[in-house]
Design a protein around this ligand. Structure first.
Ligand code: CDP
Length: 207
């Protein structure tokens, strides 16, 4: 079984995806980590991010070091913002799409896969067996992300995090290629007033 989970930033989609994969014994792919890792490799290269061309960015995506997706450094707000700028580039998306589909088609567990991101149910895996769209009030999302960043030892101000999420949501929803939206056949869950275990139980009930 393949499960696609999409949603806005800090909506709880990653937590749900991880817990579902663990519960079901499936593989999990955090596709946002791929975009973040491409952003981090650009930062690490020292190149000026404002003058980079799409062709140059594709090279970073093609030669992506997967170990970077596990680096704590990809979790900063700066990397998240740069990831969402890179994510508007169609040829970068096309490169990362191949990797995502390969994992879903042949999950190492041999059981199934859970992928989370922005365009999994609409573009990457339109034939997924089950699709969820996760959202929550933006103030609640900003509060969760502020706490998450602080727990990871980063300095984070609620109002800055809120502004970042607002800008990123807007960029993700308004881009012309693979914009963030719920697939027509997705089940929407609003997590504003639900904790992680309630969301997991709800998703398991659908499954
Ligand atoms: O953790 P959070 O929800 O804040 O972000 P993420 O899922 O790690 O994604 C970071 C950025 O990558 C997003 O703002 C999107 O611009 C981009 N992304 C995307 O375009 N498509 C995906 N499937 C996943 C992420």
């Amino acid at each position: 079984m393949i499960i696609a989970i999409d949603g806005s930033a800090a909506s709880g989609k990653g937590t749900l995806a991880k817990e579902l994969a663990q519960h079901l014994g499936y593989d999990y792919l955090d596709t946002g980590a791929l975009y973040r890792a491409v952003a981090l490799s650009l930062i690490n290269s020292g190149m000026d991010e404002n003058n980079i061309t799409e062709n140059q960015m594709v090279k970073y995506a093609s030669s992506l070091n997967i170990a970077l997706t596990r680096s704590a450094k990809i979790r900063s707000s700066a990397v998240a913002n740069l990831a969402s700028k890179i994510a508007v580039m169609p040829s970068v998306r096309a490169k990362l799409l191949i990797f995502q589909r390969e994992l879903a088609e042949a999950p190492p567990s041999g059981q199934g896969a859970v992928l989370d991101g922005r365009d999994i149910g609409t573009v990457v895996l339109p034939n997924a067996d089950l699709k969820f769209f996760i959202d929550a009030d933006i103030n609640i999302r900003a509060d969760r992300r502020t706490k998450e960043l602080r727990q990871a030892g980063q300095s984070a101000m609620f109002c800055e995090v809120l502004a970042d999420l607002r800008m990123r949501d807007h960029r993700d929803k308004s881009r012309s290629v693979a914009p963030l939206r719920a697939a027509d056949d997705a089940i929407t869950i609003d997590t504003s007033n639900l904790d992680a275990s309630a969301v997991l139980q709800m998703a398991l009930a659908y499954i």
